[in-house]
Ligand binder design. Structure first.
Ligand code: PGA
Length: 252
């Protein structure tokens, strides 16, 4: 990884953790966090635990992330949460376009684009997730799918920088399956994403590209050693302080 990009390890807790559990996990992570200048850590608890995790990590270098957002600022949108609310709750990052949102909740590149614009307008940093399904990979369509997700997701957006955009490459077949992409497979797609960002006029060398999909303490170091892998988006292994801290220890 180039020295100008700090590693970012993000824990995506998905639909896990009560308030008490969230506080306890955030505290354990805070207490075990190594001091590394070239490393950032973010936690993405469910909405209900954002404030508690913010309080628990207040004054520590751990950043808060949300798992999703709606694109409107406020209004009659029952059940929705806006980027303004997320900023108010202490978030710095917002995950947008996670494959579970795309597959289970019908998110499209167009809705992802609206969310990205809203997140950026609010001054928060989106973590834009892209990645192919197993069928798409087997059909040789990985790069085509990822390219469309990036181009359509970022359509009409200017002013991108290493401070206001993070990309996460998460092959859908690797999420929660125990089947991580090999470091070579991941690096290939990360390299393509960086070239695409450059083609789109974004400062590609400053933008962090995370890998996600069955990252564990055992495979983190070899993935993070790849030149275009700047961090990890960790699901299952972020739910326990011990395994998440081990992944953090192999970064930065
Ligand atoms: P996983 O999830 O680490 O459990 O595979 C990653 C993610 O969905 O962000």
């Amino acid at each position: 990884m180039l020295t100008e990009r700090k590693s970012l390890i993000t824990g995506n807790w998905k639909m896990h953790k009560t308030l008490a559990e969230a506080r306890a996990l955030a505290r354990e992570i805070r207490l075990g966090l190594p001091v590394k200048a070239r490393l950032e850590v973010a936690l993405a608890p469910p909405y209900t635990a954002l404030a508690a995790v913010y309080e628990e990590n207040y004054g520590s270098p751990i950043c808060l992330a949300a798992q999703d957002t709606y694109w409107e600022k406020q209004g009659a949108f029952t059940g929705a949460i806006s980027p303004v609310m997320l900023k108010d709750a202490g978030c710095r990052f917002v995950i947008v376009g996670h494959s579970e949102r795309r597959q289970i909740f019908g998110e499209t590149n167009e809705t992802v684009n609206r969310k990205l614009k809203a997140v950026l307008d609010t001054g928060l940093c989106p973590i834009l997730c892209v990645g192919e399904t197993i069928e798409q990979r087997q059909a040789g369509r990985t790069l085509e799918v990822v390219t469309a997700q990036l181009r359509e997701g970022l359509a009409g957006i200017t002013g991108l920088s290493g401070e206001n955009l993070v990309i996460a490459y998460e092959p859908v077949w690797a999420i929660g399956t125990g089947l991580n992409a090999t470091p070579d497979q991941a690096q290939e797609v990360h390299g393509v994403i960086r070239r695409l960002l450059a083609e789109m006029g974004a400062p590609a060398q400053s933008i962090r590209i995370l890998y996600g999909g069955s990252v564990t303490p055992d495979n983190a170091a070899s993935l993070l050693a790849q030149p275009d892998i700047d961090g990890a988006l960790v699901g299952g292994a972020s739910l326990k302080a011990d395994s998440f801290l081990k992944i953090i220890a192999s970064a930065g």
